[in-house]
Design a protein around this ligand. Structure first.
Ligand SMILES: Cc1cc2nc3c(=O)[nH]c(=O)nc-3n(C[C@H](O)[C@H](O)[C@H](O)COP(=O)(O)OP(=O)(O)OC[C@H]3O[C@@H](n4cnc5c(N)ncnc54)[C@H](O)[C@@H]3O)c2cc1C
Length: 367
């Protein structure tokens, strides 16, 4: 069997790995570079049970387990950069409230990180090292793609221009027709372009900003979910993620706006970036002297009902969708790839049911 995967973000890379592992001839077509978009610009925060009670529960729990398993499964394999690993580690996770201009807080939570500004209030513990973890998402995605290639998958840099359904679907890449037994569309927020070839539910892009600082002084694992109030009364919910490589990632201030066709054309918004920087420097005063390593923006793929689209197209079973993972794409990519690979090789999914994510469902718009 030959499968063409369109898009080498985390969902495409994990799908390629699981297919190649099962001996399927796999080609990944990527327009720009592996993990060039949200799959490297995101937080990489993972939670075992934050999706409990929702249709995502089984997918998230299975993915959380797979993230830990993959560390051992690929332990002896070099990633694409010698020495690169993807920084998987269990973390403590706190909810924090902060307000611009606020004075010293009376909060003295026992596990309060010493690097937090004294005006911040620790509202509670959201997770512990037993049930929350993190990865460096870009390194993880590249490692999954490298592991797929080590198992025979082929990566092709080229722009998917169209997909033609049929018994042997075709993908047109830079004017060249490539045929396959099945095609997986893992185009993230660019899934919208597929609507010019096929009727699929709408997928939107939500743009988020992020800043990565060099911060070796942050030596605890605390990931922070912050309720922030600016002096003008506006609010924001930034996420603060220290990484084991001595960097600290901060993201937030998402909004819906058109996705540029070229992934390299995405640029951060100066005003939102400035507000994000202000929040970060207030919450962690030692960042005032820290070097800024990266300032960027990226889009998460969102559907109208908030659930991903995973599985065969409603009318063309040889074309499968794997997109719309929203805020949990890094978490949920491993079980997404595993389930798709099971479906394509055995005709059924054993690890997690895909029914809640069927592309044939009514998502509320676009069908
Ligand atoms: C600020 C921010 C923080 C986040 N934090 C977290 C987090 O902490 N935890 C978590 O689990 N998730 C998080 N997410 C969500 C997560 O990043 C996404 O859900 C995930 O990266 C989506 O992966 P993807 O593979 O579907 O899409 P993408 O990573 O967008 O990949 C799609 C790929 O398709 C390629 N492509 C586009 N057009 C074409 C074409 N015509 N031909 C070929 N290839 C094409 C693109 O170049 C790209 O590489 C966050 C997202 C954002 C924006």
């Amino acid at each position: 069997m030959r499968v063409i995967i369109c898009g080498a973000g985390v969902v495409g890379a994990c799908s390629a790995f699981e297919l190649a592992k099962r001996g399927v001839e796999t080609v990944v077509v990527e327009r720009a570079a592996v993990a060039c978009a949200a799959s490297s610009g995101s937080g990489g925060f993972l939670a075992r049970d934050w999706c409990d009670g929702t249709p995502l529960e089984a997918l998230a729990r299975r993915s959380y387990v797979r993230h830990a398993e993959l560390v051992d499964e690929l332990a002896d394999e070099p990633a694409d950069e010698p020495g690169e690993n993807w920084g998987y580690r269990p973390v403590e996770t706190l909810s924090v409230a902060a307000a611009e201009g606020a004075g010293r807080s009376a909060s003295d939570a026992p596990d309060r990180p010493a690097w937090l500004d004294e005006s911040c209030v620790v509202q509670g513990r959201l997770g512990t090292e037993r049930d929350t973890a993190q990865v460096d998402p870009g390194a993880f995605t590249r490692a999954m793609m490298a592991a797929a290639q080590a198992r025979g998958a082929r990566l092709m840099i080229g722009r998917v221009e169209a997909v033609a359904p049929g018994r042997t679907p075709a993908v047109i890449v830079d004017g060249t027709h490539m045929t396959a037994d099945a095609v997986v569309l893992a185009l993230g927020p660019w899934s919208a372009i597929a609507r010019t070839w096929l009727p699929i539910p709408a997928v939107f892009g939500l743009k988020g900003q992020s800043i990565t600082f060099r911060a070796p002084q942050i030596t605890t694992t605390h990931n922070l979910f912050v309720d922030y109030r600016f002096a003008d009364g506006s609010t924001a919910q930034p996420e603060i993620i220290p990484r084991p490589d001595g960097t600290l990632y901060v993201c937030g201030l998402s909004h819906q706006t058109p996705v540029p066709l070229d992934p390299w054309a995405i640029t951060p918004d100066a005003d939102r970036l400035e507000r994000l920087r202000r929040m970060a420097l207030h919450v962690i005063p030692s960042l005032r002297d820290a070097e800024v390593l990266v300032e960027r923006a990226c889009f998460r793929p969102v559907t109208a009902d908030g659930l991903p689209l995973i599985g065969p197209h409603a009318d063309h079973e040889r074309i499968l969708l794997a997109t719309g993972h929203s805020v949990w794409g890094i978490l949920n990519a491993p079980a997404t790839g595993e389930a798709l690979a099971e479906l394509l090789t055995t005709g059924e999914t054993k690890s997690v049911p895909l029914a809640p994510f069927a592309p044939s469902r009514r998502t509320g718009t676009g069908r």
